[in-house]
Design a protein around this ligand. Structure first.
Ligand SMILES: [Zn+2]
Length: 365
């Protein structure tokens, strides 16, 4: 093989390695900080019904970040606390048929009321259940949990040593957002979880997709605007922070208990930050690993897996350059890609190169 052929082979090898790396990881350059935001009871069609004029911050997430309006809640349960355990552990509630294989099991938390003071995920399941706070805190990052329902006390009870800032209110989002901003002003956090209850409360009180419900989504848009302002105003956060936003469940009528109802199991999933491809459809940029379920409700064992709300924590860790939560299922491979335009160009170039080489004699390398 001559020197030119050898150089071409090396180029092909490097290109293949770049394409493989880009395909296998969502970490497109990495960030130092992640806000993982869960909007309780948020239906994606509330966002599109109101539009960018009413929801400038939700639309900033969508136009500057990557998103889908067709992610899925937990397969079995569309209630708040089990779906937040799913989000923070990257496990489904349960694996009743054992089809996930050895080493995989659910987090088993099915209750939706306030836990007893002695309740933890470990005491309930009978074995330790690791969470996103364990991984982030274990890597030396400062962590914070800000939740607007008292049932979230389950998490500091479960992981007392891994959550540095722990603020919980009783249906008081403005206070929780203020506390979060004050805490971060005094110490920047690596991983911050923020739960906003407003749409769920309005849905239960007045009905999902009614005027009060849609007004509550506008209120949440204001909180998102405060998060954007926080990032822009703090030089420790600007250009090195990602936002991952999803919901625990949707809702219809004045509830969301039926896990087989499309309006309950369909949730949004957005990721924003440096290195994220603006305006990308998350299913379109993950054709090999995720399958848009249309209106369906695939089991955790289906061949084509949808994007789940429970992927938010392992994606957050991936963006931070950290590994997945031990024992987790959802995005355990951390292969949910949010590629930036440069990576997509390389992927396209890689594909074109492969096609071009196929029309020529095989290289002798
Ligand atoms: Zn609810």
């Amino acid at each position: 093989m001559d020197a030119t052929g050898s150089a071409k082979c090396r180029w092909l090898f490097v290109l293949a390695a770049v394409v493989l790396a880009a395909t296998c990881s969502a970490a497109t350059g990495g960030v130092q900080h992640v806000f993982h935001i869960s909007v309780d009871g948020l239906r994606p069609d509330a966002i599109t019904t109101l539009g960018p004029g009413e929801l400038p911050s939700f639309y900033r997430l969508r136009t500057e970040g990557a998103f889908t309006d067709n992610a899925r809640a937990d397969y079995f349960i569309t209630e708040t606390l089990p779906n937040h355990v799913t989000q923070l552990t990257a496990r489904g509630v349960k694996d009743p048929y054992g089809n996930m294989g050895a080493g995989y099991s659910g987090h088993d938390w099915t209750g939706n009321g306030d836990p007893a003071p002695t309740d933890t995920l470990e005491t309930h399941k009978g074995s330790y259940v690791a969470g996103v706070f364990d991984v982030a805190h274990g890597a030396g990052l400062t962590t914070g949990l800000y939740a607007s329902k008292t049932k979230f006390v389950l998490f500091p009870q479960t992981w007392p040593g891994s959550i540095d800032y722990n603020r919980i209110t009783d249906y008081d989002s403005p206070t929780i957002v203020t506390q979060m901003k004050d805490d971060i002003a005094s110490q920047v956090q690596g991983y911050t979880f923020l739960h906003l209850c407003d749409p769920d409360r309005a849905g239960h009180d007045h009905g999902w997709m009614g005027t009060d419900y849609l007004d509550s989504v506008k209120t949440v848009d204001g909180y998102l605007g405060e998060v954007f302002q926080l990032i822009a105003a703090n030089p420790d956060l600007t250009d090195q922070t990602a936002i991952v936003l999803t919901a625990d469940h949707g809702g219809t009528g004045t509830g969301h208990a039926d896990a087989t109802n499309r309006n309950n199991y369909t949730v949004p999933f957005c990721v924003w930050g440096p290195g994220v491809m603006p305006g990308a459809d998350l299913y379109a940029v993950n054709p090999a690993t995720r399958l848009d379920p249309s209106t369906g409700r695939p089991t955790y064992y289906a061949a084509g897996q949808p994007i789940h709300n429970g992927e938010a924590s392992n994606l957050s860790l991936d963006l931070l350059g950290l590994g997945a939560i031990p024992g987790s299922w959802l995005d355990f491979q951390q292969d949910l890609a949010v590629p930036d335009p440069a990576t997509m160009t390389l992927l396209m170039l890689g594909g074109l190169t492969v096609l071009r080489r196929r029309r020529r004699p095989l290289p002798t390398c």
